[in-house]
Design a protein around this ligand. Sequence first.
Ligand code: CMP
Length: 140
Amino acid sequence: MGLTLAIIKPDAVEGRRVGRILAHLEDEGFGIRAAKFVRLDEAGAAEFYAVHRERPFYEPLKRFMTSGPILALALEREDAVAHLRKVIGATDPAEAEAGTVRALYAENKERNAIHASDSDETAQQELAFFFSKRGLMGAG
Ligand code: CMP
């Protein structure tokens, strides 16, 4: 079994779409192994999105991700990283396949409802950013 990290973003929390997104993920076979509501501050968002610091959307992305609470999730499933990427759909909901989380629940390319780790290596780093080893005990 593999573990990956998802974040339900401020647009979906504010818009009360958390329950429907969690149900969608459970229906796709993911077990929720840890969950935490977090309000990222500027330093936290800068650290989490350091890989994007040269991109034009970096500053607006940090503003958005610090604008309200987010829900960080450790999700377990066979082939967790690849399957979650498939289930959430393309970054831009206008390009996301029908039935994916972003096609169903995202507003636009920035306010796109959910984040998922893009590789096993990133998943390990991103899980460690939000959860302690103790908090993930028994998972993975
Ligand atoms: P995510 O893939 O979770 O992490 C990077 C985020 O940057 C992405 O979701 C979007 O929310 C945001 N973003 C905003 N504009 C763009 C863009 N032009 N290309 C990619 N990501 C973007």
